[in-house]
Design a protein around this ligand. Structure first.
Ligand code: ADE
Ligand code: ZN
Length: 328
């Protein structure tokens, strides 16, 4: 068995960001929307930089208009994940895109997504859980609507609350009300930080939002005291090496700080972020890490065990995931 064949736990995946370009093109055709501008001649998504990536992402998402579209998206995403031997996955879902922040519309989208996820679990054995995610550049008021959607549907399937979007806009603390509401509803918390923001954004995430995981967080490496704090507080980083290279944070995987963070005792995990946008998938991430750092099966098993322990699911589900990892 190669490392790419190992069973995998993925904690950081944006639902729309995992949409195969063919599905988005098909939906654009059905809805008569002209999306030609977002694709490269070879059919992949095209963008210049992070801010342009976010606008291409939102253009692609604009053809996902109904709960049924999200059901089709979920099926396509989980087929891809299962083909990469992902056994457990957490996906970021935004009520802003699924019903415009309205709770009853959000419930309909969620129903369609869960139905497709149950069918995929029956077929491939893959387990999916949802993290409701607000979008930073949509602002704190929209985040409150998302948090209300999250609180109303919190349970064994919606298990977390998070934030993505443009780290250049505002501060983590501007979203404290939304995160407090989600925490009070029993949800576990994560936020994107230390991707395009520096170490200070990671500090703000820990101090102002009280998150237990951080999306990316890799720029913590620029501050030794912060790295020690992450290790001491056992905060898990959802690291997406391929995404970071394509978006220009590091010139290549060998220059990525994941190895140094791991050596410093920080809990690191590996995910794809928005795989078709970044020309990646979980197999490819493992192959790149093997090539860059010589990681072997034991290293990846440790990575997946860390991810299973940091997953936002209930304890029965965690035990099932750990059992599958142990038996491989
Ligand atoms: N939304 C989708 N992908 C993202 C990323 N890598 N960073 C922030 N927001 C995102
Ligand atoms: Zn992300």
């Amino acid at each position: 068995m190669t490392v790419a064949d190992l069973p995998k736990v993925e904690l950081h995946l944006h639902h729309e960001g995992a949409a195969p370009p063919d599905l988005i093109r098909q939906l654009a055709f059905e809805k008569k929307v002209d999306l030609a501008g977002i694709f490269r001649p070879d059919g992949s998504y095209g963008f210049r930089d992070f801010v342009h990536f976010l606008s291409v992402y939102e253009a692609a998402t604009s053809v996902l208009k109904t709960p049924e579209d999200y059901g089709r998206l979920t099926t396509a995403v989980l087929e891809q994940s299962a083909a990469n031997n992902v056994i457990y996955c957490e996906t970021f879902l935004s009520p802003d895109f699924c019903g415009g922040g309205d709770v009853s519309a959000w419930r309909e989208y969620l129903h369609a997504i869960r139905e497709a996820a149950e069918a995929a679990e029956a077929r491939y054995g893959i387990i999916l859980r949802g993290i409701v995610t607000c979008v930073r550049h949509f602002g704190p008021e929209a985040a409150k609507s998302s948090a209300l959607c999250a609180a109303e549907t919190a349970g064994d399937w919606i298990t977390g609350f998070g934030m993505g979007g443009d780290e250049g806009k505002g501060h983590q603390g501007d979203f404290a009300y939304a995160f407090d509401m989600a925490r009070e509803a029993g949800l576990k918390l994560t936020t994107h930080a230390g991707e395009f923001g520096g170490p200070d954004s990671v500090r703000e995430a820990i101090n102002d939002l009280n998150v237990v995981r951080i999306g990316h967080g890799v720029r913590a490496i620029e501050d030794a005291a912060l790295v020690r704090e992450l290790a001491d507080r056992q905060i898990t980083l959802e690291v997406c090496p391929g995404s970071n290279v394509v978006l220009g944070l590091y010139p290549n995987i060998a220059a990525h700080p994941i190895q140094t963070l791991r050596d410093a005792g920080v809990k690191v995990t590996v995910s794809t972020d928005d795989p078709p946008f970044f020309g990646t998938n979980m197999r490819r991430e493992y192959e790149m890490l093997e090539a860059a750092f010589g990681w072997q099966a034991d290293d990846f098993t440790q990575l997946n065990t860390t991810a299973a322990h940091a997953a936002f699911c209930d304890e029965d589900t965690r035990a099932r995931v750990l059992k599958t990892l142990e038996s491989t």
